[in-house]
Design a protein around this ligand. Sequence first.
Ligand code: NAP
Ligand code: G3H
Length: 483
Amino acid sequence: MGIQSFEKQVQYQTLVNGEWKDSSTGRWISIVSPSTQQTVGEIPAMTAEEAEAAIQGAVKGQKKWADFPVHERGRILLAWADRLVENVEPIAEMIMKEVGKKKSAARDEVIRTADLIRYNVEEGKRLHGEMMKGDSFYGGNAKKMAVIEKEPLGVVLAISPFNYPVNLSAAKIAPALICGNAVVLKPATQGAISALMMVEALHQVGLPEGVLNVVTGKGSEIGDYLVTHRSIDFISFTGGTQTGTDIAKKAKMIPLVLELGGKDPAIVLEDADLDLAANQIVSGAFSYSGQRCTAIKRVLVMDQVADELVLKIKEKVSQLSVGLPEDNADITPLIDSASADFVHGLILDALWKGAKLVIGNQREGNLIAPSVLDGVTKEMRVAWEEPFGPVLPIIRVHSEEEAVELANESEYGLQASIFTKNLDKAFLLAAKLEVGSVQLNGRTERGPDHFPFLGVKNSGMGVQGVRRSIESMTRDKVVVLNL
Ligand code: NAP
Ligand code: G3H
């Protein structure tokens, strides 16, 4: 299989123990473009037996891979990054077709991924253990020395979502591999071809057999087999909160990191630079049509400046282009019609309960115009539920305390933004917000990818970000020297 062949509509094979495999049963899943509704290609609906071969391949591959010197593992990963950049066009084209992301953003995703891989290599090279003397404790003994090394966990199961099919798969694969783990990747079904292209690039630069394996198929069918398998040593999951919590229950003693949903608020105080706030809020809420975990999903604005902010937001939103990813439109069709129905339902519920439509609420198939709702109240579903689509609810508040209370009332706790010129106040408010990260005078977002990235409450468990991801996929091994 060659990257060039991805231009055609074909059946895509998966990588199992170093070999590209067709579906052994003849069961294939059609991947249909959310924008053109044309079939982009087909991927194997793998069975438990096929998944077993992938896991066993990883078990074998990991033992040899762990013996590679770090600089050698790094050399292969760096070649992978270069290969992705060389093939940015076909891979971005596939992301665009498969998940409806506009072409420029799809290209950015590939380049960002190459950077992420390179940073993982640099961090991986500096992952050293430590040494401790035993005399720090009462009754301790300076002749007792602990040599503490970092060792890989074994086989990492990486389950990634549709919205960043390349970046969020590589964000699991690169840290796992650099520290000596093998990986079984279960990509989102919609997004799997893009992920396979990325994997192919790594295979082409000489990754040894078994070190990376791909299991394609619906998570609802093959997921349980994977997440309960005794040879899986760690699960790195990114996706919806419901899916993540179900996996956590089933995985029992398998350690895992969960990156889940969000309902990130932008809190706008009276003294905020409203032009800056409107710019950041609109880009934060509507890029990739709101299909980002870190999208701004509600605005909590002080009464005194609400009218002015709403006008500025309306003006910016009216400048967003709505259309096809092929035309590089800002707002593109959502991933499927069920998602569009859900988002539309949230808008209708809010309007029914008295919200004011500032702009939007047009729909054509999966394509929903960017929609802004003012006067949203706690009774409306859109105040609490994650839309994963282009709708922005505005809730007017009377005080900073009310803003913090509403922000924290959410089941989610991924990120929050605060817009104010008073940095002292911003830090005080940030300390009260129950979220993983607070952005001061900027939109909520994950990157740069070496920053720690985490959600609290129903937004996740554990910490990602290059260094933290590597640490999460290693354990201490302590050897005590008794002199
Ligand atoms: P999803 O439906 O939860 O799917 C995520 C992944 O889980 C896919 O690979 C899916 O496979 C798989 N899966 C589904 N059921 C499974 C099961 N029973 N066992 C094992 N795996 C299973 O999420 P999505 O629609 O792709 O992504 C949107 C959600 O992800 C949003 O809620 C968003 O906020 C969240 N997200 C969070 C972050 C973060 O970093 N916090 C980042 C991106 C997205 P199939 O595709 O085959 O169903
Ligand atoms: O969808 C979740 C991604 O991790 C968000 O990344 O904030 O860079 O778009 P982003």
